[in-house]
Design a protein around this ligand. Sequence first.
Ligand SMILES: NC(=O)c1ccc[n+]([C@@H]2O[C@H](COP(=O)([O-])OP(=O)(O)OC[C@H]3O[C@@H](n4cnc5c(N)ncnc54)[C@H](OP(=O)(O)O)[C@@H]3O)[C@@H](O)[C@H]2O)c1
Length: 308
Amino acid sequence: MRNSVRILLGIILTVIQLTAIAQPKVVLVTGASKGIGKALVLKLAESPDLYKVYGTWNTTLPDPKDFPGITMLKMDQTRYVEIQQTVGIIRKREKRLDVLVNNAGMGVYGPLELLTEKQIRKQFEINVIGPLLLMKEVLPVMRENNFGRLLNVSSLAGAVGIPMMDVYSGSKFAIEGTCAAMEGYLGVMKRSDGTPWNLSCQVVEPGYTRTEFKKGADFPGANEVPGYFSKSFQAFEKRLEEGLSRGQDPAEVAEVIKAAIDDDSGSKVFRIQTRQGVTRYLKEHYGITLDTTGASLVIRPVPVMQKK
Ligand SMILES: NC(=O)c1ccc[n+]([C@@H]2O[C@H](COP(=O)([O-])OP(=O)(O)OC[C@H]3O[C@@H](n4cnc5c(N)ncnc54)[C@H](OP(=O)(O)O)[C@@H]3O)[C@@H](O)[C@H]2O)c1
């Protein structure tokens, strides 16, 4: 009898799950006012039958004409109360949230020793604490519907420490580490009746992308760069300028993130690259072997503690 109740419950849950998947996915993209986030919400909004799109903005007030079919919400991700409000609004309206794209971010650049305490804290508040609180808030909503994808826009600087991007790299490593730890259980956990929760955490690692990222970035004050750093810092600034102006089209990065949103298969790559040839470049120029699958980062399956 117990077994048949279990089987029935399993069937009901599977049906709920399949019905849920057939509905448009409710997607929240943070930092959608410009750059990669904007390119992504615009791309998703082209298919209203597949996605219900929410985006957030912080300081750049969006003109509704530029965001057709997209609900843009105000959210400063350094303010927990605004994160809670944003997730609360979507949960109330949609009764679900299928995908979070943690995209909003900024860069604090320069050698660690030249940065102020305020700049260092700001980098981690925006790029780490905010995205972590967002994931914490959306997971219970995702569990209500037995489905959820957490996609964190990291960077190549989250895979390889990039000189003079000390604190920025640190913030992206922090996101990747947290997501890798979570993926270890999210990817394998099941409900008590054996049905999977269908949750996952992945990171996306773009290289230079043609956005206004430099405008929002922070640097050491011009007078604070001592002689022994000035040459290498100037060279770094030049590389950054050139990299951002010649970088990948944000629409291409958006296409890659969209493909990850669409991927409902069980076999997911943990680290998603947005550009071909990155691994070869790192190998040829720096002798670095990038673990693109993330196999060396995520422990699967979750080790079960044995009772003695
Ligand atoms: N561009 C690149 O070369 C590159 C390369 C690798 C990775 N990435 C990553 O890609 C993501 C998007 O970057 P992007 O190049 O598209 O940058 P962007 O054009 O400068 O856009 C940044 C977005 O983040 C939002 N944002 C900044 N601070 C925020 C805060 N405190 N709370 C909420 N939102 C905030 C901005 O909102 P407002 O404009 O409304 O203030 C904006 O929508 C970032 O995580 C970045 O680290 C970028």
